[in-house]
Ligand binder design. Structure first.
Ligand code: ACO
Length: 436
């Protein structure tokens, strides 16, 4: 952390002694005011629910400039990574800080593919779930349960354990998601095929059956790989912060990532692509493009509690760069499958156009986020809607584990323990039951 020459001074209108606070500069982005000693110096906490102005850590992994609509992994623009690299190269970049050269790529791919199978015993654990359980309920359980199967990589303070847990998680997530899917439809699990690419192997485990040959479509494989790259990391979002907070207690990596999966499930976060597609279905059922005006009216009426799902973002106040790439992939996939006239895609484009011209959305800087189009792509690939968030979890696992390992390796790291402004009853005495 580089200290700035400028310092902040906090003064009080009641004449209390003012305090000087150091300021630190990052390589890019807003500077931060260091308030760590504030409580010791003033007896006061800061108040920032939702972390609107609070940096919870130092990080060198992902940078977002929300006003410019820019997303960088380790300094590289997402557009360049999505067009020039594959997901495993992106994983290498996020985990180790650099894109791999040819030899490193081969070695990393081999390392990951060595770990794609899961302990055979896990299928019996999976069997305990109802067949109609939501895949995210299953994933929360399965990922947490990995710690029961891989005892040799659960010590978060051991760098070797952290590294092997990272590789295991990246390698096994596709296997677990595909198993959760096969379980719900009653088909046999397909074992991983290590001669396929990461995305190709996932398509195979999802859609192949033992009865016939399954040929991976290169366009769908590339589309899925792009979905993985676009979702791989997103700095200190809710699920990543959950993973960091959970891991800060020293719990094992599998348990920390399971906490991230649980957080991601919510419709304001990873559940948004599922919610966005369901919203498009609802508008389509109600009459399609002709009903957009009515729907937008509902969205603008605060008492309706209706949101335009797949729109808006805490950080991006300009177009989400991932949404542009996703829209491009959407066209490619629908073209490959002969679905250019897909009514949901047409509806999404019309809805986006109308929303982007509407004063309500313009004044609040609400733009489509990555989830607005990713649901349409996934549906076209054949992925059922309830599985969308599980795919997001699969892709985000590398970001979670890279951020977790960065935190554990940071000498400044401490158990996360926010404070509160207490608004409850002052101290009082318990009355005997008859007197209450
Ligand atoms: N539809 C309608 N109005 C919206 C939307 C939306 N999708 N998003 C924000 N607004 C409005 C809010 O009502 C608020 O209006 P007000 O100022 O009149 O009260 C204003 O825009 C600011 O919104 P906040 O909720 O304060 O913004 P915040 O940063 O807290 O929320 C969030 C961001 C949660 C993503 C929100 O935009 C949202 O719920 N969007 C829909 C869900 C979604 O797509 N989530 C995916 C996020 S991306 C991801 O996880 C990969």
């Amino acid at each position: 952390m580089k200290a700035s020459d400028t310092k902040a001074t906090l003064s009080f209108s009641n004449g209390g002694q003012s305090v000087e606070l150091p300021i630190y500069k990052g390589t890019m982005g807003p500077e931060v005011i260091d308030i760590r000693k504030l409580y010791a110096q003033t007896g006061m906490f800061t108040y920032d629910p939702g972390f609107m102005s609070t940096a919870s850590c130092e990080s060198a992994i992902t940078y977002i400039d929300g006003d410019k609509g820019e997303l960088l992994y380790r300094g590289y623009p997402i557009e360049q990574l999505a067009t020039n690299c594959d997901f495993l190269e992106t994983c290498h970049l996020l985990l180790y800080g650099e894109l791999p050269n040819e030899g490193e790529k081969t070695a990393f791919t081999k390392l990951v593919t060595n770990h794609t199978m899961v302990n055979e015993q896990m299928q019996f654990f999976l069997r305990g779930f109802r067949r109609d359980a939501h895949p995210m309920a299953i994933m929360t359980g399965l990922v947490g349960a990995l710690s029961a199967f891989y005892h040799d990589s659960t010590d978060i303070n051991n760098p070797k354990h952290r590294e092997i847990a990272a590789i295991r998680l990246i390698a096994k997530m596709p296997t677990l998601v595909a198993m959760a899917y096969k379980y719900t439809i009653g088909q046999p699990y397909m074992y991983p095929k290590n001669d396929l690419s990461y995305a190709g192997n996932f398509l195979h485990m999802m859609f192949a059956t033992p009865c016939e040959e399954y040929k991976v479509s290169p366009v769908l494989e590339r589309a899925l790989d792009r979905i993985f790259i676009l979702h791989a990391d997103h700095e200190q979002n809710a699920s990543t912060s959950t993973v960091r907070l959970c891991g800060s207690s020293g719990t094992n990596p599998f348990a920390a990532i399971a906490a991230g999966v649980a957080c991601l499930w919510g419709p304001a976060h990873g559940g948004a692509n599922e919610a966005a597609l369901n919203m498009l279905y609802d508008i389509q059922k109600a009459g399609g493009v002709d009903k957009i005006g009515e729907f937008i009216k509902q969205v603008k009426d605060k008492s309706s509690n209706v949101k335009l799902m797949g729109f808006g973002h805490r950080v991006y106040k300009n177009y989400d760069p991932r949404a542009k790439l996703m829209q491009e992939t959407c066209r490619e996939v629908l073209g490959e499958l002969g679905l250019e006239n897909d009514p949901l895609f047409k509806l999404a484009m019309a809805l986006e156009k109308i929303a982007l011209e509407d004063e309500y959305f313009v004044s609040r800087k609400l733009y489509p986020n990555v989830d607005f189009y990713s649901g349409i792509v996934q549906r076209a690939i054949g992925i059922p809607v309830p599985l969308f968030t599980a795919i997001f979890a699969l892709a985000r696992t590398v970001g979670w584990i890279a951020q977790l390992n960065e935190m554990i390796g940071d000498p400044e790291y401490k158990i996360g323990r926010p404070r509160q402004l207490f608004e409850g009853s002052p101290k009082r005495d318990v009355q005997p039951l008859a007197k209450r």
